[in-house]
Design a protein around this ligand. Structure first.
Ligand code: ATP
Ligand code: MG
Length: 427
């Protein structure tokens, strides 16, 4: 290796303190909502056996074929960095006996890893939160999950930027029958398929419907319609979901070509999409996966889940609006004040939970400290000098608004800071 400065891995980004505010807001809001819908958090390992992802996601998906970070560890075991959260969640659920004959609602968060071509909204380490509900077969939980995500968009102020696409893949039998119809259709139009799609025709034909190749758009538009091939049970499930969404006032577009990348989905599939992020437009995707638990050796268990791409949501949110600058920066002038300033800041933190105050540390004259205060983004500077010490006062200087500087007693200063905190909580 050369002595060139070391850099982060391509597609794996640092998130710096100045950019963290929307992440915190998003994570905090999601956590509160998950709790309010009865989901409990499950924390899962980032590394699992490679076999887990091969078996669940499917050998012939993009993720397993091309995108997985897989490696042999020192014991010769094949492991992988998780590319998504559902597989690990189901593995854990079975392992801890959480799924058999019971209802379980869990959520998870954390980094996922896929070796894709990095671009805006598409990274090699990216972040998801996900929710999974086990043991519920009806469309009510599908609807509730969609309502929960819709509520999240409202709380983030994104409701006008994101729309819902909905489809049903039908029961396993229904899906199989449709798959045969589709293969027959594409076989009659083999010359219209690109190389990727010809390969998928035998391995994963539904994925052809997902192709972004404009040359195939017409062929795909004329393909047999999935929704017209649903069996009665699948139709009833889908209708039930649509009725619930209608009654809740959720608008959606039925898209019979929405298939999702992974093999394990059945019945409901949905995506929340935006047109503000180019081809990285899906911010949340999910669906029903009734077969997956049994596939991993558990008892047959209906399940429904979705995952939200936090990186893309943060891009949509923007950074400015979520910043939380400090309320006060404490400047001290003179040796005695320097000693007292740390204690004063502690006292303020004791009395005013929620206060964000920064005490000047290190050296620096008044001018120098003032510059630091201004740069910190603080709303006010609190100045503690010899005069103030003698009078038992503190000088308040407003840095972001046209207000005269005042000198206040400690009680008054505290009342002022408290009102700043309350103002913030009310907004
Ligand atoms: P895409 O079609 O954009 O590749 P996907 O179908 O592969 O997405 P899922 O496996 O359903 O994505 O993951 C759920 C969500 O996670 C996506 O909707 C997206 O918001 C986010 N996501 C997936 N891959 C990435 C990535 N490489 N970088 C950032 N976010 C991602
Ligand atoms: Mg992908």
């Amino acid at each position: 290796m050369s002595d060139r400065a070391l850099q982060a891995i391509r597609g794996m980004n640092d998130i710096l303190p100045e950019a963290i505010a929307p992440w915190h807001f998003l994570e905090k809001t999601f956590r509160r909502l998950a709790k309010s819908y009865g989901y409990g958090e499950i924390r899962l390992p980032i590394v699992e056996n490679l076999e887990l992802f091969k078996r669940t996601i499917g050998e012939v998906t993009d993720i397993v074929e091309k995108e997985m970070y897989a490696f042999e560890d020192r014991n010769g075991d094949w492991l992988a960095l998780r590319p998504e959260g559902t597989a690990g969640c189901v593995r854990a659920g079975i392992e801890h006996g959480m799924l058999y004959n019971q209802i379980q609602k869990v959520w998870y968060q954390g980094p996922m890893f896929r070796h894709e071509r990095p671009q805006k909204g598409r990274y090699r380490q990216f972040y998801q939160v996900g929710i999974e509900a086990f043991g519920l077969a009806g469309p009510d939980v599908d609807a509730e999950m969609i309502l929960m995500t819709a509520r999240l968009w409202r709380e983030l102020g994104l409701e006008n930027k994101i729309t819902l696409q909905l489809n049903s893949l039908g029961s396993t039998a229904s899906r199989q029958a449709y798959r045969d119809r589709l293969v027959e259709y594409f076989n009659q139009h083999l010359d219209g398929l690109d190389e990727d799609s010809q390969r998928r025709l035998s391995s994963n034909p539904l994925r052809i419907l997902d192709s972004k190749n404009p040359a195939m758009a017409d062929l795909i538009a004329k393909a047999p319609n999935m929704l017209e091939h649903l069996d009665d049970d699948s139709k009833a499930h889908f209708q039930g979901l649509c009725d619930l969404l209608d009654s809740a006032g959720v608008t959606y577009t039925v898209n019979p070509r929405l298939v999702r990348g992974l093999d394990y989905y059945c019945y409901t599939v949905f995506e929340w999409v935006t047109d503000a992020l180019g081809s990285q437009g899906t911010v949340c995707a999910g669906g029903r996966y009734d077969g997956l638990v049994a596939m991993l050796g558990g008892a047959t268990t209906p399940a429904m889940g979705c995952a939200l791409g936090l990186d893309r949501l943060v891009l949509l949110m923007g950074e400015e609006a979520y910043a939380e600058p400090i309320h006060a920066y404490l400047i001290h002038v003179g040796e005695a004040a320097k000693t007292q300033a740390l204690n004063l800041a502690e006292e303020l933190r004791d009395k005013l939970p929620g206060l964000r105050v920064q005490c000047h540390l290190g050296t620096g004259n008044y001018k120098n400290q003032f510059k630091k205060a201004d740069k910190s983004g603080t709303r006010v500077a609190l100045i503690l000098g010899e005069d103030e010490m003698a009078k038992n006062e503190i000088t308040v200087k407003y840095l972001r608004e046209e207000k005269a500087q005042t000198s206040l007693g400690l009680q008054q200063a505290m009342a002022l800071l408290e009102s700043m905190i309350q103002e913030e909580n009310a907004s």
